[in-house]
Each structure stands twice: as structure tokens, then as C-alpha cells.
Design a protein. Structure first.
Length: 696
């Protein structure tokens, strides 16, 4: 064997797999990568997928391609919020078949879907040699368990989360439960901005009486009003140190503002409410709450959060790994309340915790009546009704007659089909230009000509209102996209609107950011206390030197503070346009929802369109081909999770008895019933998940 044929994994592999050259896997991924990128898988994910397949040196030809498609399908499924990918051929949603088919279509349409599915079944039913694919609790990169494909870490996290959630769900009512009804009566008698409805009061009481509660509801159903009521109720039963958190800085700021407004508006405030109004709790991101720094959390089981209760808003955005860290840091006796909309997109990373818990219908309060839509305002009513139609899969009902970008009024729901033009991308640009001109663009740039004066990072009190006004102006409207890449993605549309900004200003050169533009942090900056997804604005700032510089202003601890752009440059980008995922937690006057031109993109789902529409109060412009929107309404996000099954299994284990004295199906020692079934003929080492169930 020549030196060139030597393989670092051994000559045995080279001898038994000579036909598989080093470039074959790369060739497969050059082909499949076209489709994967259209599903918004970046180069990092593609590289990881390729290295996984390449590391299994025993596979070649169709098997290598089948494994490559399987790995990409798993990554896309996780990108859509799944913790795993169902391998069940009888899956009614046909998740695996749909993903394989979509990857094939986007990659050029020459993948033999039936043959690929057959290859995947052979690979997963009988994993060979254990190089990257195993079963059960195998410590390998990919694991088949309960009829689904996991990454090993996702399976491990799902099991940990299931065990601790089951313990909370099985816990007895809180020690202060007897005081809760009196506390609720006090809240009903002294409402804030709006009196609690019966369903809101029931949700509040559930949270006040149990160590774990889920509260879900659509846009405008008063979820934050309920959060404020829970804070007030907890104070009345003796719990004053309540931690408020959300996944993004935007959502945390909004939670702080609304709860503060509610507390200040309480009628006939007693001593408890007056104390809360003077020092209302401040929400922060979950990462800040848990003390995330350098890949580690400061708070965990050995260093728990020193709080009396934890309320997490926008919980649909929280992924499996972050829920694991949260459950690790919150002591079992401390009430934990998750609030969010179960119909929204799941977290960017793997996990759909809120949706899983809502389907289990245990300790769940559902808010159905929406208050965001003013019945007297036809614009808000149109937005709400469109969101409801999309959620029901009836997208056609939500679409008005198409219009042109020049005729947009930004009132209610409007529809532009860019593909009706010979130059669809030009039509998209016209839509976002119209939104930019109608709302924050030119006025924001003009207002930002002001030089704001800061002293030690604090705005001059005489300019605080002007800076807050600019902040509010830039929060009125956004362009929402599906992907970061593609011509219809946030990067390209931000570049387009940045060019518009530069054209309207007298600036030297072409700076990356100019005053009056919204920006967003794209990676955690622990030193400065800025986290991925935090949004800010660019201003001219004089920090006491007698001259001004461009600075990025972010809200930190309730105050707007400036940061040097140069210090943030590698993690700062424009935010005229955001992906729908990044927009979660935002409330805007108007949005333009721009969808890609490809009708078969798996990321364009009912949940994505619903989430985009529900960011708006009074105006939504849907910019997409009609066939793309109709396909989105039919395509549910292929979310799949084994969490409910694992919670049930954890409950069975917790209820199992360890006695072996069984008489007529009943344990003579403790009275447990439902003993394990006898082993099948020929079976060995049969150990049921739960041996016996203790009577309640």
C-alpha cells in the first residue's frame, strides 16, 4: 500500500472500503448542500453534517448518500424546533418523507425518495459497527430511541428535563395555597389597567397554588396582565422576591414596562401594591438571570437562584438546553410559571417545551379572549382575524385582493404578489421601501441628527424624553423574513435599506451604521451585559469630550446606555429587517412579512406565518407568491419531541413499587396494582418501565 493510501483510521478500513474515495462524501454534500442552504442551514451545520458522515468509513455509495440525507433532515427538524426526527413509517405527519422529499426538490429533484427512505430504514433499524449511529443510551453522535433519531446530547437533555418536570407536576399544592383565594379576591377588588377576566383570574389562582404552572394564549389575550397579577398575588402570600425573565432582551423590556404600568394603575392601592409600584420587579433575559458566561451558568443545582418565584414570559422561545439549565437552578419548592403562545414558532434551537406541556393539559391555563384587537378599530380586527385564519390552516381566507407596493395603505391586512412581476425582487424592494418611508425611516434619520449628551453612560436628563422618543419611533415597524440568507433574507434586505439610509444623509464614505438605524446584537457579550437578540439604535453621542461619535444605544437595566460601535462590530448588525424567529417577543404597529420565492421550502410553515402576523397591532403586508402562502398554511412545522412520552415514563418509574409479593395482580406489601406483564416466550432481561403503580 502506498503512502498516499494510508488512512489515519487504519489500513483495515482502507482494505474493506477501497471504492469509497475521500471526495465522494464531499460530492454528495456539494449536491445536497444546495437544498440544505435553502432550508437556512449555514456552512457550520453543513460542515458538521459532512464530518459526521465522513467519519463513518464503512459506508459508501447509496448508504453514504442515505446517511447524509438523514443527518441533514435531522438538522432541519431541529432547526424547526424538534428534539428528534420520527423514523416511524406510519407517522401520520410523514415527517421524514416530507423532509427527504423537500431536500431532494431543493437540491435539483434527482433524489430517489423511496430508495433513500429504504436505505435510511436499513441504517437505523440495524446500526452497524457503532461508529456514529447507535441505539438507546449509546454514547454516539446519533442515537435511535423510541422510534426517533436524536443527537446524543438532545436525548440526554430530554431525559433530564422530563424527570424534573414530572417531579414538579406530581408535587402537592404550595404551602401558601390556603392564602391564595384571599389574595385573588384582593386583586379582583383592586384591578390595574384592566380588571381580570374569569379565565385570567383562574390562571392567576393556578399559579398561586402550585409549584409549576403553564399559561398559554394567543396575541392580546392578557398574558402579561396575568403576569402582573401573579406578582401582586405572590406578594400577598409572602413571596416578594420574584424573578421575571424572557428569552430576548426585547421581550424582557416589554414585560418590565407592562408590569410597571399595571402596578402604577392599581385602583385603591394597599401597602403591598404601593411597595411593588415603588420598586417593581425588572425582567431580564434568561441568560442574565442564570448568570451565563463563557459557556457556563453561575446558577445551578449547587448554586440555586436566591428567589421566591420565577416567571418566564415568551416561553415558546425557550429551547431544551435552556429549560434544563432553568430547572437545574430553580429549587423544587420555588414556584415556576411559564407563559407564552403555544401556536408560535418553537425555539431556534431544539425543543418545543411549551407546546409539549400544553398538549399534556396538566397544570395548564389557557387564555382565549383577545384584547389587543380593538373592536372599534377595523385595522386591528383584520390582523387578528388573519392570524386566526392562518392558525386554522385557511390562509386563502386571510388574503385580500392583491395590490401593488405603490398603493399600500398600511392598514389592516394587505397582500402583494411579487411574482406577478417579471422582476419579483424589485417588487420586494418596493414593499420594504414603502414600509421604510411610511414609518421609521426618514424621520428616524432626521431625529438622529441630534447630538445626545451622556455623562458616565447616563443620558442628560434634559434629553431623556427625546432619546426615548427616537427609541419608540424605531420600534414601530419591521420587515420580517424567513431566512438570513437568500435575496429575500434579512441580510440582503438590511443592505438594501441601509443604502436608502445613506442616500438620504450627508455622510463621508459609506459607514456600516449611521445614526437613526436600528441594530441588533448577534452574539452574547458577557462583559458588557449584551445578549444575542438585544436590539438598539445608532445615535450621535457626546460623552463629555466636546465632540460626538456614532454610538450604539441599548437598554440595560431600564436605562438607555451607549456603547462604542468598534467594540461590538463583530456581533452587531442592522435590524431594519429581522427573521421571524428574531422578532418573537416584539409588538409592532406594522410588519411586512416577506417570504422566499421557492414554494417547497420546509421552513415556511403555518406557525411561521402566524408568528409574523401576530407581531403587528394594526398593519400586516404579506409579500409572497400566492402558492407559497397557501403551501405554508398546509405545512405544519415538523416539530417532534419525545418529552411527553418521557414524562409519562418518569411518572411510571416514580410510582413503581419495589416489592415482589403479588397476589391476584395486587402487591400484598403496599397495595400497588397493575403489575408488569409476563415476559414474551424466549425473551430475556425484560424490565418494564414501571413495575407497579402505587394507588393514589
Amino acid at each position: 500500500m502506498s503512502q498516499g493510501e494510508l488512512d489515519p483510521q487504519g489500513t483495515l478500513r482502507a482494505r474493506f472500503a477501497p471504492a469509497r474515495d475521500a471526495g465522494s462524501v464531499s460530492a454528495v454534500f456539494r449536491h445536497l448542500g444546495i437544498g440544505a442552504r435553502k432550508c437556512d442551514l449555514g456552512d457550520e451545520s453543513l460542515y458538521l453534517a459532512e464530518e459526521l458522515v465522513r467519519s463513518d468509513g464503512w459506508l459508501g455509495g447509496p448508504e453514504a448518500e442515505g446517511l447524509a440525507v438523514l443527518v441533514l433532515a435531522l438538522m432541519i427538524a431541529q432547526r424547526q424546533g424538534s428534539t428528534c426526527l420520527s423514523l416511524d413509517p406510519k407517522d401520520p405527519e410523514k415527517r421524514l418523507r416530507s423532509l427527504v422529499s423537500d431536500i431532494g426538490k431543493l437540491a435539483g429533484g434527482d433524489i430517489d425518495v423511496p430508495r433513500t427512505l429504504k436505505t435510511i430504514a436499513q441504517l437505523t433499524n440495524n446500526p452497524r459497527f457503532g461508529s456514529i449511529l447507535g441505539t438507546g443510551d449509546a454514547r454516539l453522535p446519533l442515537v435511535v430511541d423510541h422510534g426517533a433519531l436524536y443527537t446524543e446530547r438532545s436525548r440526554w437533555l430530554e431525559e433530564r428535563v422530563a424527570v424534573r418536570l414530572q417531579a414538579r407536576l406530581a408535587a402537592v399544592p404550595s404551602a401558601h395555597a390556603p392564602l391564595a383565594e384571599a389574595a385573588l379576591a384582593s386583586l379582583v377588588a383592586s384591578p390595574g389597567l384592566r380588571a381580570l377576566s374569569p379565565e385570567q383570574a383562574a390562571a392567576t389562582l393556578l399559579a398561586l397554588t402550585h409549584p409549576f404552572t403553564v399559561i398559554t394564549g394567543g396575541p392580546g389575550t392578557g398574558k402579561t396582565v396575568v403576569a402582573a397579577a401573579i406578582v401582586r398575588g405572590l406578594a400577598r402570600v409572602g413571596i416578594t422576591h420574584v424573578a421575571l425573565a424572557a428569552q430576548t432582551g426585547k421581550a424582557a423590556n416589554r414585560l418590565t414596562e407592562v408590569i410597571g404600568e399595571q402596578l402604577r394603575a392599581v385602583a385603591n392601592a394597599d401597602a403591598v401594591d404601593r411597595a411593588l409600584a415603588l420598586a417593581p420587579p425588572t425582567a431580564q433575559t434568561l441568560h442574565r438571570l442564570l448568570g451565563y458566561r463563557g459557556g457556563r451558568f453561575a446558577h445551578h443545582a449547587l448554586s440555586p437562584l436566591p428567589v421566591g418565584a420565577v416567571i418566564v414570559d415568551e416561553a415558546s422561545m425557550v429551547d431544551l438546553e435552556l429549560v434544563d439549565a432553568l430547572l437545574d437552578a430553580v429549587p423544587a419548592h420555588v414556584p415556576l410559571i411559564l407563559i407564552g403562545d403555544a401556536h408560535q414558532l418553537p425555539a431556534i434551537d431544539a425543543g418545543q417545551i411549551l407546546a409539549d406541556l400544553v398538549t399534556m393539559e396538566t397544570r395548564v391555563a389557557t387564555l382565549a379572549q383577545s384584547y389587543r384587537m380593538n373592536p372599534a378599530d377595523p385595522r386591528g380586527r383584520a390582523v387578528y382575524e388573519a392570524a386566526q385564519a392562518v392558525n386554522e390552516g385557511a390562509v386563502a381566507r386571510a388574503l385580500p385582493a392583491p395590490t401593488t407596493p405603490q398603493r399600500l395603505k398600511f392598514a389592516g391586512v394587505e397582500y402583494v404578489d411579487p411574482t406577478a412581476s417579471d422582476r419579483p425582487l424589485d417588487e420586494v424592494h418596493r414593499v420594504v421601501d414603502q414600509l421604510w418611508h411610511a414609518f421609521s425611516g426618514p424621520k428616524a434619520l432626521a431625529d438622529a441628527n441630534t447630538v445626545f449628551h451622556f455623562d458616565d453612560g447616563v443620558i442628560d436628563p434634559s434629553q431623556r424624553d427625546d432619546l426615548e422618543a427616537l427609541w419608540s419611533l424605531l420600534g414601530r415597524a419591521r420587515v420580517l423574513t424567513v431566512t438570513r440568507t437568500l435575496p429575500t433574507g434579512s441580510i440582503a434586505l438590511n443592505a438594501h435599506l441601509h443604502a436608502e439610509s445613506l442616500a438620504g444623509m450627508s455622510v463621508t464614505g459609506a459607514p456600516d451604521f449611521v445614526p437613526g438605524e436600528p441594530v441588533m446584537i448577534t452574539a452574547n457579550d458577557y462583559h458588557r451585559g449584551l445578549f444575542n437578540g438585544d436590539q438598539g439604535i445608532i445615535v450621535r453621542a457626546d460623552e463629555g469630550l466636546g465632540r460626538h461619535h456614532y454610538r450604539a444605544v441599548f437598554r440595560i437595566g431600564g436605562e438607555l446606555r451607549p456603547f462604542a460601535i468598534e467594540a461590538l462590530r463583530d456581533r452587531l448588525e442592522l435590524a431594519w429587517a429581522l427573521t421571524v424567529h428574531k422578532s418573537q417577543g416584539s409588538e409592532l404597529d406594522a410588519v411586512a412579512l416577506v417570504l422566499p420565492f421557492e414554494p417547497d421550502m420546509p421552513l415556511v410553515t403555518r406557525e411561521l406565518v402566524y408568528t409574523g402576523i401576530t407581531r403587528a397591532r394594526t398593519s400586516v403586508v404579506l409579500c409572497a407568491a400566492r402558492e407559497v402562502l397557501i403551501a405554508a398554511g398546509k405545512r405544519r412545522a415538523l416539530r417532534f419531541s419525545g418529552l411527553p412520552l418521557r414524562i409519562a415514563a418518569a411518572a411510571a418509574r416514580a410510582n413503581a413499587c419495589e416489592h415482589d409479593v403479588i397476589i391476584n395482580g395486587v402487591c400484598d406489601a403496599c397495595g400497588a396494582t397493575n403489575p408488569p406483564p409476563p415476559p414474551k416466550p424466549g425473551a430475556t432481561n425484560v424490565v418494564p418501565i414501571g413495575r407497579l403503580t402505587k394507588p393514589r
